[in-house]
Design a protein around this ligand. Sequence first.
Ligand code: CMP
Length: 138
Amino acid sequence: MSQRTFSIIKPDAVRKGHAGAILAEIEKAGFRIVSIKKASISKAQAEGFYHVHAARPFFGELTDFMSSGPIFPMVLEKQNAIADLRKLMGATNPAQAEEGTIRKKFAASIGENAIHGSDAEETAEFEIGYFFAGYELK
Ligand code: CMP
């Protein structure tokens, strides 16, 4: 059954001009782009999005980074979308990411790691709703 997930092309990848190449990888892997936009979020918006990480030592760094420049939030659809996108992205730390993954190709560090993808159905639902209204998701 088809499933939706949420993804963000992060500020480092946008700054380096990798957004198009990352989208091409996503489409090549069989995802349908349900919705996509360009956004620049505030630190407070980044804190709300990443609230589950609020107690982590890297929370300040993460939310500074995510509010440092334009991003491309998007909703993607395919069978097994959540797990398949995480596989395509590769490990959070690009040094541990497998050959051929998006993070291996485009990420510089564990913080500046090019792309985000939801880790479960409940988080996907929260994250999609954080950036998109129902009328943008048809
Ligand atoms: P993401 O999938 O967007 O979800 C949480 C993010 O926190 C994660 O990607 C990383 O970019 C970031 N992150 C995780 N660990 C660290 C760390 N040790 N230092 C900085 N950022 C981190």
